[in-house]
Design a protein around this ligand. Structure first.
Ligand SMILES: *Cc1c(COP(=O)(O)O)cnc(C)c1O
Length: 367
């Protein structure tokens, strides 16, 4: 580096410090580990590819797509397909996002009155608290009970204390994998101050939903994503709820947030929803096999799962995670991220072959 390079670099640093928000400079970016060459069981992706004939058809669709034009900002064709595939009730509207992560952000931006607080559960999906911070909302996480159930009294007490305009409940929950009791969720919705968003990212693996009940509660929204079902690379999230809500949140959305290829390909794939639902069924079968296999390993305790991943505890989880990595098996390390997750790891359910590789590597790591 020359003296003048150094001078420029110092001037840039000084400018960054003056211009970028202090809280933003203090944040660390969401970390995605390198996964090439790994048995990749860290991110709840569907491990199966689409059938060859369908892939050929999607190739032709992409070839003919008018990528020189902006996408339909309202994604009308796709929304019609989604309404059927997701069984969005009549009279309810949809908002589409570039993944459901973007929808969380749109909701937060629209509700970020000065001093307002977002409520979430703990431990749960980290994006809720991250987005709250981006948007200048305070965040309060209500601890789940020891077996990771909803503590309805604590949630309602927190609502009375912080008056959150937004409360997010991931159901099934990530990273714990369990489905919350529907009556507990209902109690929270009925007593809520503000909106309750049920994040049903893992719906294909739980197959129970608040979607058909949207009309019962004026303060309920249901969020879905196609990521865990098998289209993670396309980035499409869906928020369903009363038109009055969707009308307001839609103003926060950048007009072309769902691109041409995502609209075309998703609409085509969901026209035959049984392709992806059959893959989800295989994943559910494998999940049962994995939970059994994990439970038979000395010292390993798998938690119940209604999702496409399994959280388990194992003594020395940090070292076990590293030994798996050394064997080119990438899962998710939870221990250290929250006190309730001490010695916990999370593995995504992959193909039978991938799962076997993971189980063999885990046995070797514990040897
Ligand atoms: C994975 C996940 C999402 C994110 O989904 P995208 O649509 O891919 O942005 C949302 N909520 C929960 C609980 C998740 O686990």
């Amino acid at each position: 580096m020359t003296a003048s390079d150094l001078d420029t670099s110092l001037r840039v640093s000084a400018l960054v410090k003056r211009i970028v928000r202090d809280d933003v400079r203090a944040m660390s970016a969401y970390h995605v580990p390198v996964s090439s060459g790994m048995v990749k069981l860290d991110a709840m992706e569907n491990p199966y590819r689409l059938p060859d004939a369908l892939r050929t058809e999607l190739g032709a669709l992409a070839a003919d797509a008018e990528i020189n034009r902006y996408p339909d900002p309202e994604a009308r064709v796709l929304k019609a397909v989604l309404r059927d595939a997701l069984e969005v009730p009549e009279g309810m509207e949809m908002l589409l996002g570039n993944g459901s992560d973007e929808i969380i952000q749109l909701l937060a931006m629209a509700c970020a009155r000065p001093g307002a607080c977002m409520l979430g559960m703990e431990p749960s999906f980290v994006m809720f608290s991250m987005v709250a911070r981006f948007c200048g909302l305070r965040f309060f996480g209500v601890r789940l009970t020891r077996d990771f159930a909803l503590d309805t009294d604590a949630v309602i007490a927190a609502m009375n204390r912080y008056s959150p305009p937004l409360t997010f409940i991931a159901c099934p929950n990530n990273p714990t994998g369990n489905l919350f009791d529907a009556r507990a969720v209902e109690t929270i919705i009925r007593n809520a101050i503000g909106l309750v968003v049920i994040d049903e990212a893992y719906h294909p693996f739980a197959r129970t939903s608040f979607m058909p009940r949207l009309g019962e509660f004026p303060n309920l929204l249901v969020m879905r994503t196609l990521s865990k079902l098998g289209l993670a690379g396309l980035r499409l999230g869906v928020l369903a709820g009363s038109p009055e809500w969707i009308f307001e949140f839609n103003k926060m959305r950048l007009p072309y947030n769902v691109n041409v290829l995502t609209q075309l390909v998703t609409a085509r794939v969901l026209k035959n929803p049984q392709v992806l639902s059959a893959q989800a069924a295989r994943i559910r079968d494998e999940r049962g096999r994995m939970i059994n296999a994990l439970g038979r390993i000395e010292g390993v305790k798998p938690y119940p799962s209604d999702a496409n991943f399994i959280m388990f505890s194992v003594p020395g989880a940090e070292a076990v995670f590293q030994k798996l990595l050394n064997q080119h098996v990438l899962i998710k390390k939870l221990t250290g991220s929250h006190p309730a997750l001490l010695d916990c790891l999370r593995v995504t359910v992959g193909t039978a072959e991938e799962n076997d590789k993971f189980l063999v590597a885990l046995a070797a790591a514990l040897d």
